[in-house]
Design a protein around this ligand. Sequence first.
Ligand code: NDP
Ligand code: MG
Length: 383
Amino acid sequence: MKNVSILGSTGSIGTQTLDVIRANPDDFQVVALAVNSNIDILAGQIKEFSPKLVCVYDEKRAAELKNIVGNSVEIVSGMEGLIACAVMDSADIVVGAVVGMIGVRPVIEAVSAGKDIALANKESLVTAGHIIMPLAAEKGVSILPVDSEHSAIFQSLQGQDRGGLAKIILTASGGPFRGKTLDELEGVTVSQALCHPNWSMGRKITIDSATMVNKGLELMEAKWLFDVDIDRIQILVQPQSVIHSMVEFDDGAVIAQMGTPDMRLPIQYALFYPKRMYLEGDRVDFYSLGRIDFEKPDIDTFEGLRLAFDAAKAGGSMPTVYNAANECAVAEFLAGRIGFTDIPRMIKNLMDSHKVIKNPDVDTIVGIGEEIFEKYMHTERSR
Ligand code: NDP
Ligand code: MG
């Protein structure tokens, strides 16, 4: 039996994590849940899973939750509350499934407290991978990837000689606008951008997929998780989303993990690792699939992806600027205040005016993020 704390339990990853736990009641006990403000869904989760501690980041909503659930559970709020869920004594594994840089501090605190992490919150690795990975090694903590591509890479590396890893082939669906020209992208609406061809996800990551910034974030996520230079990571568009990623070894062998697009698989793999368990759902039917296509990503049209290579190469605080500028731009786009192609424009402008700080500590990282959010985000944080 593993005790699980879920940061972001009301989101796309959070609710699918609870689906996996619901299907395996003898293997997991939920001890803590954390959300931003969605107390209606959280109240139902409290009733079903009886956690000991919950965090509602928004203080007002935390008080309202008290009126609904009474004293059945301890309720905390704010960053302090989120961290309390991340370091809870009885938790064996923490699922990092909040969206955005708000996850940086809780993930670092959870690693410091020696908790294994099932990590979906890629923004924390993009901005603070240089802190999180060495700390995890020092504390003997496993960072188990939940992002489907990184889970695929992790699965493909099992039982292999890591010294013989030549390159990582990070696959991408290309999103809803694959094949479009820059001119065509100019007029894209929010609802068009929210329409992902293969995956159903939270709003922020769905927009990131449409701009291909998601692949840029994943490039940096892979660099930290698997300790490879970005020159050894190749991005490959594979529109059917059947190959979730691949690894190539020095002898030329390529190993891939395939499957239907279902996030419960990587979530379950991280929670049960190294055990493989049954998961109900669709299987790949190769007869009806017929073919798998491959394309080179169009980094001229999808500038957000090209900028990720620049940010990764610059290193230090530049990935934080890339990430924070994107969080702002996505929130502004979703609020209808800027256009779709303004997203990479805003990232580029902020990167151009930033002077890199080498090896930034967590306060510097969070500080850079806050400064950008205060200046450029006129709406609530993106969800
Ligand atoms: P959602 O927007 O669906 O959910 C976000 C969750 O984070 C919600 O539970 C939200 O609570 C919570 N949250 C937001 N801000 C705070 C805060 N300040 N304090 C506490 N909780 C907070 O996002 P996703 O599930 O789609 O994505 C989560 C992460 O996983 C992202 O980093 C994303 O990139 C990554 N990921 C997601 C995939 C997917 O399929 N969805 C695939 C691969 C990676 P509330 O509901 O109250 O707002
Ligand atoms: Mg992914």
